[in-house]
Write a protein that binds this ligand. Structure first.
Ligand SMILES: *Cc1c(COP(=O)(O)O)cnc(C)c1O
Length: 413
């Protein structure tokens, strides 16, 4: 088999080892983890990797900066419980996520709830529990006041701002121009005045400009613009905001050629910016909200080779996994050009890569390709395949019921 047509794969995250020739996660081999879980496909989330990542973040970021977990990246209950003791806040985006966070033991006063289209019963659930609502519109604010009045509670409300800038190089733009998210910056001061006049507890601003940027300079520029906007809005309101959520957007390397995000450069610049704030923001508490950066690289998806086929000279490893658990790795979740995530044969982790093979799933659709023409150790039926960077937007953001397949197993080790 020629190596010439091999397509590159993304970088394997640095948190894993090998034991007895197998990929090891948290000191256990892939085979042992699958035996413990009872079946494949299986998502394994490593607390060692999570711990390392949070440690790197805390070391690089200014000490006073709160680090929040945007739990839509991975709402697995044991992971939420583990995370609750280690981050400063949780950002939820639905009533269902709010319930999961509360059930995992997250304190209500550490939770903020963003997201367009919050229904009255979701607002009521949040208000009754003392959760901060990141308000997405004037209409939502009025519904919030009415529910607060009915419950006899002053709702906690921060205003989500739709900034006029976006995060350059962002995988998913969520600010700049017409958006369903947040309130256009020029209308924010009037809304804050209205919140204060209505007797609600105004908590500050939430300004989120995008996701999955690997360029430190783009993040630094976005944070500088965010701080300037927060200052401008606070001046216009004439009241200091208790809190400002600066958004997130820190990316992880998924694809060939992607370089890890330069955390120290960003942390240094943010530290400088926070030490030179205008008076109106001097007492404000700042936080960032991260999803994939916290959990993405800590997760590995393990699936088993059930067939090995050759078609027109191309070798297919047909697995029991697929896009129903790994929509993003298959290239069908917001990507323009399909590229390979990091992949390995978990049961032959130290073997030399000697054959070009494509890893496909078990779904009857040509979309179901987990890696395309990667040079890997020759695998046989029964081997385990590992797809890395599976800790965020995997299990929860893939169509598990497609073709009647059902959910994967998940475990935290
Ligand atoms: C999705 C989302 C996040 C998390 O994005 P990541 O790319 O996973 O870090 C944070 N904040 C808001 C408002 C979001 O919608």
């Amino acid at each position: 088999m020629s190596e010439a047509k091999a397509k590159p794969i993304g970088p394997i995250p640095p948190y894993f080892a090998s034991i007895d020739g197998e990929l090891a996660i948290g000191g256990k081999t892939a085979s042992a983890l699958v035996a413990e879980a009872g079946d494949t496909p299986l998502f394994v989330y490593s607390t060692g990797a999570l711990e390392a990542r949070i440690g790197e973040l805390r070391a690089a970021m200014p000490q006073q900066l709160g680090i929040h977990y945007a739990m839509k990246a991975n709402p697995f209950a044991p992971l939420l419980g583990w995370m609750s003791a280690r981050v400063d806040g949780f950002d939820v985006a639905s009533g269902g996520e709010l319930k999961l966070a509360l059930d995992a033991g997250v304190a209500a006063d550490k939770i903020s709830f963003a997201g367009p289209g919050k229904r009255d019963r979701e607002l009521e659930f949040a208000i009754a529990n003392g959760v901060t609502l990141n308000c997405e519109s004037e209409g939502e604010a009025e519904r919030t006041f009415a529910i607060g009045q009915r419950l006899g509670v002053a709702p906690k409300i921060a205003v989500r701002v739709n900034p006029s800038f976006d995060l350059k190089g962002s995988g998913m733009k969520m600010g700049g121009g017409a958006k369903p998210f947040g309130v256009d910056a020029e209308r924010v001061p009037a809304l804050v005045q209205r919140i204060i006049a209505a007797g609600a507890d105004w908590r500050g601003f939430h300004i989120y400009a995008g996701s999955q940027a690997l360029d430190a300079e783009a993040i630094i520029a976005m944070q500088a613009q965010t701080l300037a906007l927060a200052a401008e809005l606070a001046q216009a309101v004439g009241v200091a905001p208790p809190k400002v959520n600066l958004g997130g957007g820190f990316g992880i390397p998924y694809f060939p050629g992607d370089a890890a995000f330069d955390l120290n450069t960003v942390g240094g610049a943010l530290g400088q910016a926070l030490s030179a704030l205008p008076d109106i923001l001097k007492k404000t508490h700042f936080c960032i909200e991260l999803g994939r950066y916290l959990v993405g690289e800590a997760g590995v998806y393990l699936c088993r080779v059930v067939d090995r086929k050759v078609s027109h000279g191309e070798v297919f490893l047909v697995t029991d996994g697929g896009l129903h658990h790994q929509l993003a790795a298959s290239g069908n979740f917001g990507t323009v050009i399909r590229r390979n995530y990091p992949v390995a044969i978990a049961t032959r982790i130290d073997a030399s890569a000697d054959e070009v093979q494509s890893v496909v799933g078990c779904l009857c659709t040509p979309l179901d390709r987990l890696s395309d023409s990667a040079l890997l150790p020759r695998a046989e039926v029964g081997d385990l395949v590992a797809i890395f960077c599976a800790g965020a937007y995997g299990a929860s953001a893939s169509p598990a019921n497609f073709l009647g397949q059902g959910a994967a197993l998940e475990m935290l080790v």
